[in-house]
Ligand binder design. Structure first.
Ligand code: XMP
Length: 530
């Protein structure tokens, strides 16, 4: 058994809260490894996984609804600590014989929380002071199950949407380690939330706090070696963080038996190809096989305006080219493994927690390749969140320019040139995008933004330049804050900065006479325009 399999871990049962991933991140920040599982996880499975503690997340359902998701009742008998958060608290109360009622009004937003007694869950959390915490629930507990007691109350401002007080804002079993919080300790708005989760994970569950990036990398290298044996692997690099870090890690494990293929599809940002080549060739000493395929992609995209069709064409062509190259490189017998930079959020998304969700965009990856080429997947980053991948990348010596780079879609600039993708329009977009990024870096704001990019719109508009009428293209700037790309808000950039970027673009990028700033959140919009 590897060390990873023995490490103490907390399992989070996801009842569909938008904050479930945040719970996981907050627990990992306490250096405790944790995983998100579907709500159907059984006690037997939890035991087999070596759970040191369980968290029941919040969720949109009401425990009073027929068919509301339940937890396996045996989980409460496992003997490991269980923390219910919001819906999790109500579920615990409901399943263990308490009474939950539908509140007349929702309690949503800030409330004042006060711990009662000296429960270890609240050790080191603001003494007897009231904490400002974040509530977001409809139902509330009317009567506690047998042997439970309140360990905290809350009072909220009485408003039209707030009933005012919750007698059972925090609950605990008198003898067994069963705990519940009505508020969300995982959100940044909840004071003391990180300490509460630390108390739960480190003190109550007794986890050691040995989940560090250093330990992760050492174990991951060991695991890759175990998996690949004497085999050979190929990796498709995109220039993004995930594939670069995956490649660097696998290279550490198997050296030159890893072959990295970089397909320049002509849809990259300004200077990106040179940057990737420098990073791998010079910096990391990992040989990179670059394929110049820009012409093939442009040909295939000629006349195509539908975003999904663009994605399909790019995906198929990428697979075709990658396969050609991999067969050449692999030599006799070819490669046995395909390295992919799959991250934990992708893994969680594929867990059918919330039922089948509608496809909004078909995200391009190298799906399809493993079956076609009979390759087994090596996915060393499957357990990591993006910020953890960045930390691992730094540790592995991946240059900062790549590690801290904003996410970039697989189909590249093709989904940011709205309408037909041509060499001229790509060049226009590259120019505008480079100016935006340069100015954000100069202003010291690049790292604070989740994603920033320019989009070339398929509209012309009238302008006046040097006393003459112009009829030229319009560029939209998109800068968003996000934690996981599932939801996003537009970045409140300083007006002076926007003005500078706009002025530089219209002056320096031929063919653009208008710049607009996108002020839509996700939802209802998505981050990309296509
Ligand atoms: P949306 O536009 O759906 O994007 O809000 C969410 C995140 O995913 C990225 N994105 C993609 N990534 N292939 C990718 O690898 C794609 O086709 C694709 N489309 C969007 C987007 O940049 C954002 O980070």
């Amino acid at each position: 058994m590897t060390r990873a399999a023995q490490r103490s871990r907390i399992l989070i049962l996801d009842f569909g809260s938008q904050y479930t991933q945040l719970i996981a991140r907050r627990i990992r920040e306490q250096r405790v490894y944790c995983e998100i599982h579907p709500p159907t996880l059984t006690a037997r499975e939890a035991r087999a996984l070596g759970a040191a503690g369980l968290v029941l997340s919040g969720g949109p359902a009401s425990v009073l609804d027929a068919g509301a998701p339940q937890a396996d009742a045996a989980l409460f008998e496992l003997g490991v600590p269980v923390l219910g958060v919001c819906y999790g608290l109500q579920l615990m109360a409901h399943q263990l014989g308490g009474q939950v009622e539908r509140a007349a009004r929702h309690e949503y937003g800030r409330a004042q929380f006060e711990a009662v007694g000296a429960h270890p869950l609240f050790a080191g959390v603001g003494g007897s002071a009231k904490l400002s915490v974040w509530m977001s629930h409809g139902d509330r507990v009317l009567r506690l199950p047998k042997d439970f007691e309140a360990i905290g109350h809350s009072t909220g401002a009485k408003t039209a949407t707030n009933e005012g007080a919750a007698e059972f804002a925090a609950i605990a079993h008198r003898e067994r380690p069963l705990l519940g919080l009505q508020f969300h300790p995982e959100v940044a708005h909840s004071e003391g939330g990180a300490q509460i989760l630390r108390n739960f994970a480190r003190e109550i569950c007794g986890c050691e706090g040995d989940w560090t990036v250093e330990a992760f990398v050492a174990e991951a290298v060991e695991k890759v070696r175990e998996q690949v044996g004497e085999g050979r692997a190929v990796c498709g690099l995109s220039g993004g963080v995930d594939s670069s870090v995956a490649a660097a890690l696998v290279h550490r494990a198997m050296g030159e038996r890893l072959h990295c293929i970089f397909v320049d599809n002509g849809l990259l940002r300004a200077g990106e190809r040179a940057e990737v080549q420098r990073a791998f060739g010079e910096h990391l000493g990992i040989p990179l096989h670059t394929v110049d395929a820009a012409e093939r992609f442009l040909q295939a995209l000629r006349g195509v305006v539908d975003p999904e069709q663009k994605r399909r064409i790019i995906g198929h062509l990428f697979i075709e080219i990658f396969e050609e190259q991999a067969q050449q490189i692999g030599g006799a017998g070819g490669a046995d493994f395909l390295v992919q930079g799959t991250l934990y959020p992708d893994v969680i998304e594929s867990i059918p927690v919330r039922g089948p969700s509608a496809t909004i965009k078909t995200h391009h990856n190298v799906g399809g390749l493993p079956e076609r080429m009979r390759l087994a997947l090596v996915e060393p980053l499957r357990e990591l969140f993006k910020d953890e991948v960045r930390a691992a990348g730094r540790l592995l010596g991946v240059p900062e320019a790549i590690v801290s780079r904003h996410p970039f879609p697989g189909p590249g600039l093709a989904v940011r040139v709205l309408g037909e993708v041509t060499a001229e329009r790509l060049e226009m977009l590259r120019g505008a995008d480079a100016i935006l990024i340069e100015e954000l870096r100069r202003a010291g704001l690049y790292a604070e933004i989740w994603q920033a990019f320019a989009v070339l719109l398929p509209v012309g508009s009238v302008g006046v330049m040097g006393d003459a009428r112009s009829y030229e293209s319009c560029v939209a700037l998109r800068c968003v804050q996000s934690v996981d790309a599932m939801t996003a808000d537009w970045s409140r950039l300083p007006a002076d900065l926007l003005e500078l970027v706009s002025s530089r673009i219209t002056n320096e990028v031929p063919g653009v006479n208008r710049v607009v700033y996108d002020i839509t959140s996700k939802p209802p919009a998505t981050i990309e325009w296509e």
